[in-house]
Design a protein. Structure first.
Length: 278
């Protein structure tokens, strides 16, 4: 079981403790109960769950989220300090020299496309919203390169507006938990939203993504070291031996640095190294 220190003690859910389960259909009421219980357990495992992008204001979070496509949050966090030092506002970023910005963004991959994207996005903020990031999803999704996922990240974490963020981790775990069968992010968002009170949406997103990144991996989930194994209808899809499973744990659960250079004060793990030290 995980402790607040981030360490994972021997999981009670080994092959001898939890049998591989057959997936069975259940009523919507039963699904709601199961989903909310999983959320409560994840809250115990990850009381420090948070967005894993470093940011100081809505503009920084918006740009960082756009840059996180096709790369890790770690690489974005290692890149954005230089970016925001050079271009601290939408007005400054909109007027950036593309060649100079490309060199800054090169470590994130697809740096030419990302340069065009953030310059265009910044110009739209400058021209259409007075240089401010709007606080409504209807306005955010009108910005170039901003979809519902990015909008929900910004609203939930910069404006306190509840939203469900469906990235690859959230979608994968939602299907494994039986909360949805859809591969479409908007449908996943609707299906999961129907199971939880709106007040839980943002933190639910963080907890599920944390679990997906640390334990419930895409190719080989660490089932034998999973503290919510007794609740999971997909238990047994991954490594069930507790010792082998523990070796699959990542970030603070595996004793390694996290993704943020400046994590929240209650984060129990180590901060990520800056780009030059990585």
């Amino acid at each position: 079981m995980a402790t607040r220190s981030g360490a994972t003690s021997p999981a009670p859910a080994g092959p001898a403790a939890v049998k591989k389960k057959a997936k069975v259909a259940q009523t919507h009421t039963g699904l709601v109960r199961q989903a909310r219980r999983i959320n409560r357990e994840l809250a115990e495992v990850y009381p420090y769950a948070h967005p894993e992008l470093d940011f100081e204001n809505p503009f920084q979070l918006l740009i960082a989220t756009v840059l996180s496509a096709q790369t890790t949050d770690l690489r974005v966090n290692q890149t954005t300090p230089a970016l925001f030092e050079a271009y601290p506002t939408p007005e400054a970023m909109a007027g950036a020299n593309p060649v100079e910005m490309e060199e800054i963004l090169r470590p994130t991959g697809f740096f030419r496309a990302k340069t065009r994207a953030v310059i265009g996005l910044s110009a739209a903020l400058r021209d259409d919203f007075g240089g401010e990031v709007p606080g409504r999803i209807e306005d955010l999704v009108k910005l170039p390169g901003v979809g519902r996922k990015t909008a929900n990240v910004v609203l939930g974490n910069a404006f306190g507006v509840p939203g469900i963020t469906v990235d690859t981790h959230f979608g994968r775990l939602s299907r494994r938990f039986g909360w949805t069968t859809s591969e479409d992010p908007e449908q996943v968002e609707k299906d999961v939203a129907s199971l939880f009170p709106k007040s839980e949406w943002t933190m639910l997103s963080h907890r599920v993504v944390f679990h997906g990144r640390r334990i419930c991996h895409a190719r080989k989930p660490a089932c034998g070291a999973c503290p919510i194994a007794p609740l999971c209808p997909s238990y047994g899809e991954g490594e069930m031996d507790p010792e082998k499973a523990r070796k699959l744990l990542k970030y603070e659960k595996g004793g390694a640095p996290g993704q943020r250079l400046k994590p929240p004060p209650d984060y129990p793990g180590q901060p990520a190294p800056p780009l030059a030290a990585s």
